[in-house]
Write a protein that binds this ligand. Structure first.
Ligand code: PEP
Length: 255
């Protein structure tokens, strides 16, 4: 049984004071201020900008809220100005790292091969990579959604060995930050296709252990129906993760 993961991608948002308030509101929300909150129905993760990891990690340590990075370099250390490594994220208290987000692929020209190298570095450092894939609007209009996603999976996923498997986030590029989402049957087609793709390569048992998140304009109003789609094992949430009330409402929709 895969436990759902609700992951907040804060992107380039937040300063120390606002990050601390957001985390405090999240912690208040899950610690009894709302007794009906079924915390154990899902795992909660926040991925703040790197410079806020210490502030956020200081507040989340020892709580059910886990910490993740938004990117890492594929090398452990060295002459890579402005980058941070997976080992550094681990040292800062992270358990996860988002990799290959479409904004990284478009803003920084990240290729599948680079994402794969980063994911390998993340696994080696003891982090669980959340590898993002998804089609553009033009690719969907051309009927190429599954082919594009499968090519990205083949190129971006690291060699899978024993230990915690990577997580896949299916994020249609056109749904990110747009307020538009695919229909639940379209989401089901892609998630089912990803599961079948995994089964063909890893076998049924290993494929069944991989969580596949949906991301792209998930909000309190559509979370329950998206999270109920078979093979949707959680959400990667951008805008709505910046409001504690919305993020918690999405988490509650898992229960
Ligand atoms: C994201 O950036 O991963 C994302 C899903 O953003 P949003 O929820 O704002 O669409």
């Amino acid at each position: 049984m895969r436990r759902k993961l609700i992951a907040g991608n804060w992107k380039m948002n937040g300063l120390r004071a606002s990050a601390a308030s957001l985390i405090q509101e999240l912690l208040d929300g899950i610690s009894g201020a709302e007794p009906s909150f079924e915390l154990l129905a899902c795992e909660l993760l926040v991925c703040p900008p790197a410079c806020l990891l210490e502030t956020v990690g200081g507040l989340t340590a020892g709580t059910p809220v886990e910490l993740g990075g938004q990117d890492c370099h594929c090398a452990e250390a060295g002459a890579h100005t402005g980058d941070i490594s997976a080992v550094m994220l681990k040292d800062a208290g992270c358990a996860y790292v988002i990799l290959g987000h479409s904004e990284r692929r478009s803003d920084h020209g990240e290729s599948d091969a680079l994402v794969r190298a980063k994911a390998g570095a993340a696994l080696a450092a003891g982090l669980t990579p959340i590898v993002c894939v998804g089609e553009t609007a033009a690719e969907r209009d051309d009927g190429r959604t599954l082919a594009v996603v499968e090519t990205q999976l083949a190129g971006s996923l690291p060699e899978l060995g024993p230990g915690r498997p990577p997580i896949i986030a299916y994020e249609p590029v056109w749904a990110i930050g747009s307020g538009r989402t695919p229909s639940t049957s379209e989401v089901g087609e892609v998630h089912g296709g990803v599961r079948r793709w995994l089964e063909a390569r890893l076998g049924a048992e290993a494929a069944a252990a991989v969580r596949i998140l949906y991301g792209g304009s998930m909000k309190p109003g559509n979370a329950a129906e998206l999270l109920a789609v078979p093979d949707v094992d959680g959400g990667l949430i951008g805008g709505a993760s910046l409001k504690a009330e919305d993020f918690l409402a999405i988490a509650r929709a898992c229960g």
